[in-house]
Write a protein of this length. Structure first.
Length: 601
């Protein structure tokens, strides 16, 4: 059944793309065929496969909603399994990280289940000030929460293997003491009841190696961040259902907010370095896809359960930070090109890697399509209406109807899933979580407008990332700044001046050689010309606050935060106050310098 479902899914995506390619071929070759036009058709067809894949995922999720897996009730009897909660950090804001840890520990204690969980802060931080802050915060939580024996901290002086190496170090040193490990990110937060339910599901299915949740975004103030978290809240659960309907035993792993059977991970997921130098060689950056494939190859089930709610994360608050993180993910996904044909991987694991590569390759392919479309009228020969084999003039046949049909089809692939999800949410009980039907539809409209305007900017950032990787430039592993600070226009210009130049070239070239296409090219060239302004404005927390007051892009977790979210915010203010007092009186920090929270024996 799952094999047929996957075949139908993939075949439909390919057929839709081939139909789009055929329609486009008829339109562009109405006056004759050139090599550039063949390239145009090929690029568009590849892009349409990617669009159709996303379209099918959304539709599958919509139709799968009625068959959604129901939550397994948390048993009253305490599970005997021990679980390590792993929080890898790398030069992060310690107050925020430890506030979330405190909220989760406090929540588990409040329902009488902390005894089976130990939290590990696995630090790869390289800055002395961050390491010192992390140690102080560990001491504070040990003192305030009285959780000795359940909270551990260690800092690796050499972060070999980066995050994957950080987790592997824990598994090697301490993994044998635990049945499961709940892998989080530094910005992760999870409802205690969800954590317990994940352990329950793992206990109930001995062949389940990894259980992934769908993390939703919280805590963002800027317009860009608010659009991300609104989109995640409204659309992501549906897309996750689509992924779940096709996963079989080879589900996804997104690197965090997932629980893993330690024995399975230790047996299957040794992460080798790729041959050659970075960016294509060396340590695997997007290790999560590979670990999921290795677990599946080892006979373990990997699964995402979209019905597991209460799983959260934060996200970059502006386009610059988002692009910086995206650059690292892009390099990691392109590394998978060396692994797609690895021995004994399951077919769906290989397909997942290919779709991960296409998530970034699609942008430069679209960009190449735009460039080729502009080159065609520039270098095309003058039309010859009197061919030698005809006594009468032969004029090109207008193909306006087919062009409009193609355009309508592409917009359908892009917009129909979002429209269906937003409309269904606005007319069902789901609207109450977002405030009202108006807030659902208004939020969906604002998110659509914002993402459409920013799409050319994102295309350029991702195309630049792919180009840098092809030029063998390594991204490294930069830490992510998740603060909602104001983004100056000068900083935005420094990051996007090259887009302004490209947008100018695009606009001038279109006016000079294909003025009839100028209005069609304006939605791409226009945002690029004003990209510094767009980046700065969408990264302005004050504008985001105004949108919140107007009820735009509101999410359920913002309108009615659940206890663990409120607790993390309270703990953050509390830890910031303590840090402020210690900064004002540095000598007060002296007692925390000894090793108060080393790894357990």
């Amino acid at each position: 059944m799952i094999a047929f479902r996957r075949f139908l899914f993939a075949a439909t995506a390919v057929i839709l793309a081939l139909v789009a390619g055929a329609l486009f071929a008829v339109v562009v070759t109405a006056s004759g065929t050139s090599r550039l036009q063949v390239l145009q058709v090929t690029l568009l067809t590849i892009c349409c496969v990617w669009l159709a894949w996303g379209f099918n995922t959304a539709l599958t999720g919509i139709f799968a909603a009625s068959r959604e897996r129901r939550s397994v009730p948390v048993p009253r009897q305490m599970t005997l399994s021990r679980t390590a909660v792993l929080v890898p950090v790398y030069n992060e804001d310690a107050d925020s990280v430890f506030a979330r840890v405190a909220a989760m520990m406090e929540g588990l204690r409040s329902i009488g289940r902390l005894e089976n969980f130990d939290f590990y802060i696995l630090s790869d931080s390289t800055k002395a000030s961050h390491v010192e802050h992390e140690r102080r915060s560990t001491y504070t939580l040990l003192s305030e929460l009285h959780v000795a024996g359940h909270l551990y901290y260690r800092n690796r002086e050499k972060n070999v293997g980066r995050k994957a190496g950080n987790i592997a170090d824990f598994v090697t040193r301490n993994g044998g003491a635990y049945e499961y490990m709940l892998v989080l990110d530094a910005d992760s937060l999870m409802r205690p009841q969800t954590i317990l339910e994940m352990v329950t599901r793992m206990d109930a299915e001995p062949d389940l190696g990894l259980l992934q949740t769908q993390p939703l975004i919280i805590g963002r103030r800027t317009p860009f961040g608010r659009a991300l978290q609104f989109s995640a809240a409204l659309y992501s659960p549906i897309f996750s259902r689509g992924i779940a309907a096709l996963q079989g035993r080879e589900g996804p792993f997104w690197g965090h907010n997932a629980i893993i059977r330690v024995r399975a991970f230790a047996a299957c997921c040794g992460m080798p370095s790729l041959p050659g130098k970075a960016p294509f060689g060396g340590h695997i950056l997007s290790h999560d896809f590979v670990e999921a494939a290795l677990l599946s190859r080892g006979g373990w089930r990997v699964r995402v359960d979209p019905d597991l709610e209460g799983s959260y994360e934060e996200a970059p608050s502006n386009l610059i930070e988002y692009a910086k993180r995206d650059r690292r993910w892009c390099q990691g996904n392109l590394q998978h090109g060396k692994l797609v044909l690895a021995p004994r991987f399951n077919l769906w694991s290989r397909i997942s890697m290919i779709t991960g590569i296409m998530a970034y390759a699609a942008s430069p392919i679209w960009l190449m399509f735009i460039i080729v479309s502009l080159l065609d009228p520039i270098i095309a020969a003058e039309p010859n209406y009197f061919p030698a084999d005809s006594l009468f003039p032969v004029f090109p046949t207008p193909e306006t109807g087919k062009a409009l049909l193609l355009l309508f089809g592409i917009f359908l692939l892009l917009l129909l899933p979002k429209f269906l999800i937003a409309f269904a949410s606005a007319v069902t009980a789901r609207r109450r979580a977002f405030g009202s039907s108006y807030q659902v539809l208004a939020g969906a409209f604002v998110e659509l407008v914002m993402t459409s305007i920013l799409a050319p900017v994102m295309m350029m950032f991702q195309s630049k990332a792919v180009a840098e990787i092809l030029l063998r430039l390594d991204s490294g592993w930069p830490s992510t700044d998740r603060d909602d600070g104001k983004l100056p226009l000068g900083m935005a210009f420094k990051a996007s001046w090259w887009m302004v130049i490209f947008g100018m070239i695009l606009a001038v070239t279109t006016l000079a050689y294909s003025p009839e296409l100028f209005l069609w090219m304006l939605p791409i060239a226009g945002p690029l010309l004003i990209s510094p302004i767009l980046i700065s404005v969408t990264g302005d927390p004050e504008l985001g606050d105004a949108m919140r007051r107007a009820g735009l892009l509101s999410t359920p977790f913002e309108l009615d935060p659940e206890p663990v979210i409120r607790a993390s915010e309270t703990w953050r203010r509390r830890l910031e106050a303590i840090s402020g007092r210690l900064a004002a009186a540095p000598d007060a920090a002296a007692p925390v310098r000894p090793g108060l929270a080393a790894n357990p024996a």
